[in-house]
Design a protein around this ligand. Structure first.
Ligand code: GDP
Length: 327
């Protein structure tokens, strides 16, 4: 990692919209080091008054659905109409394989070169909860740097969508026409998070199947309880290749925002998310302290071995360790 700046240098650079400093500030919030974390907290706290004004949009879908192509098309459409667009990713990389699903560097090349855009490669390996928390701080930094649209991308393969839904105002799910629901991993859980659904690659021969899929998904969505009474998720079609439907997709995201603001839900949702992240930070902090506690350290290996051997129950071992920690 390059040399750290002083807190006020990060703050001034981010506030001035300096993309280099923004990138370094995000690296700081992602750092595992305790002193970096302290510095990061100071920087984020100083910039807090400059945050909160962006459209925060989550985008999910299975690998190959066309996320990066769509983000490129949508992002370019937005920068052309005067927006400043930041793209962040929550990548459920597997710490075991070291593999990353989203993270190759060739993605979104046009947007990455666009002076009105900022594309952040996926954060390095780490527990998903931690990655999501750092993504929230990265999002705040992007807002302070003047980006008025922040797109948060994730792969639809598990818990990451639920976390991203806690970071954003509008959650967009991308689907492929023709692939079965099961194949796309469309679980009820994801449909309950969705604010806008879009069938991708609706171009050429795909247009007919895309329209059919749109009708099917619209019918399926009717069976799912709406996330909010004031908004029923529309199902759209779009093509990153031709640009068809991209403007309409953005219009739907804006309509969702307007409906939420009019109903008062926008503010209550953001407030609820703040509390959510407070508790996630408490969890992470407690776990760190717990794992570093000398009494815990002295007992944990033996208890783990006993649990592994089946001679002590997991609950009993946890109880012993927690008692040692708090006692
Ligand atoms: P991701 O894995 O979800 O990020 O998907 P990509 O954006 O990398 O796209 C996967 C593949 O679908 C690539 O080969 C793209 O060229 C193709 N693709 C993406 N968007 C479109 C589209 O709008 N129309 C067509 N025909 N192909 C597309």
């Amino acid at each position: 990692m390059t040399k750290r700046l002083e807190a006020d240098e990060y703050v001034a650079g981010v506030r001035a919209g300096d993309r280099g400093v923004l990138a370094r500030a995000i690296t700081l919030v992602e750092s595992q080091r305790e002193d970096d974390q302290r510095l990061a907290r100071t920087v984020v706290a100083a910039l807090l008054p400059d945050t909160g004004r962006a459209r925060r949009v989550g985008i999910t879908g299975v690998p190959g659905v066309g996320k990066s192509s769509l983000i490129e098309a949508l992002g370019t459409h937005l920068t052309k109409t005067g927006h400043r667009v930041a793209v962040l990713a929550v990548d459920p990389s597997s710490p075991r394989s070291g593999g990353s699903i989203l993270g190759d560097k060739t993605r979104m090349t046009a947007l990455a070169r666009d002076p009105a855009a900022f594309v952040r490669p996926s954060p390095s390996l780490g527990a998903l909860g931690g990655v999501a928390r750092h993504t929230r701080e990265a999002l705040l930094l992007c807002e302070a740097a003047g980006f008025d649209v922040v797109l948060v991308e994730t792969v639809g393969v598990g818990q990451s969508e639920a976390m991203v839904a806690q970071l954003v105002d509008c959650f967009l799910v991308l689907l492929l026409a023709g692939a079965g629901d099961e194949l796309q991993g469309i679980k009820r859980g994801i449909l309950e998070l969705v604010d806008v659904l879009a069938i991708t690659k609706a171009d050429g021969e795909n247009v007919v199947t895309a329209n059919r899929a749109r009708a099917e998904f619209a019918a399926a969505l009717h069976l799912v309880r709406a996330k909010h009474a004031e908004w029923s998720a529309p199902v759209l079609t779009c093509s990153a290749l031709t640009g068809d439907g991209i403007a309409k997709l953005w219009a739907a995201i804006e309509a969702h925002r307007a409906a939420m603001i009019a109903a008062g839900t926008f503010a209550t949702e953001r407030a609820r998310q703040q509390v959510h992240w407070m508790w996630r930070a408490i969890e992470a902090g407690l776990l760190r302290r717990f794992a570093a506690d000398p009494k815990v350290v002295a007992m944990v290996a033996e208890l783990e071995a006993a649990v592994r051997a089946g001679s002590v129950s997991p609950d009993h071992a946890a109880g012993e360790l927690l008692a040692a920690f708090t006692g």
